[in-house]
Ligand binder design. Sequence first.
Ligand SMILES: *[C@@H]1O[C@H](CO)[C@@H](O)[C@H](O)[C@H]1NC(C)=O
Ligand SMILES: *[C@@H]1O[C@H](CO)[C@@H](O)[C@H](O)[C@H]1NC(C)=O
Length: 187
Amino acid sequence: MTRALQVTLFFVAFKATLATLVNRTIDDTIGDLRTGKGVSYSPAGAWTGPGQCPACWIQPDATLAHNGTFMETSYLPGTELAERVPEVSLSLEFRGTAIYVFFTYANDIGRSGATTRTECDIVLDNGSPVNIQREPDMSITELSYQQLFWHRTGLEDKDHTLVIHGRGPRRSYINFDYALYTTTLLF
Ligand SMILES: *[C@@H]1O[C@H](CO)[C@@H](O)[C@H](O)[C@H]1NC(C)=O
Ligand SMILES: *[C@@H]1O[C@H](CO)[C@@H](O)[C@H](O)[C@H]1NC(C)=O
């Protein structure tokens, strides 16, 4: 074996050993501090953060949410509000091989007629929507924080766009807290 080949093989082995998978955070409010990319909300006025909706029936405790923030909305088809807000969505971008989305859920808030269920259409890279539904747990009055709502692994290591929609015929309470994505670090 020539010395040049030995050196090359050494670096190939070295590089492979130092490829590490790490999770990075996209917070609902501060976004991804590494890339500077934020989360977009549509329509912006339909989404509120901690303390911004005093009249809302569901009052999450921001101190239990990731980094003390969340962004929430209620999608209410069949009401007057729906004429102004026919659909709500949020979108974010990441580069990596896996994505995990964390929501806060409402349960029994003690008000009949409240929209406490969560339902979204999730669209990754303009693909087919995946419909995810979560019904309230009527045996508890507290909200459920930092819950894994949806995830996908085994993605190609490239730039991805994720859009989460509130749309369709059923009402939905949507409270986005944060997302994690898995990225490969090469040294
Ligand atoms: C990233 O976070 C998810 C969800 O918590 C976890 O299942 C996964 O093992 C984590 N991956 C890495 C590389 O830490
Ligand atoms: C949220 O994250 C920012 C940036 O990392 C940090 O400065 C701030 O202290 C955090 N706030 C809370 C409540 O964790």
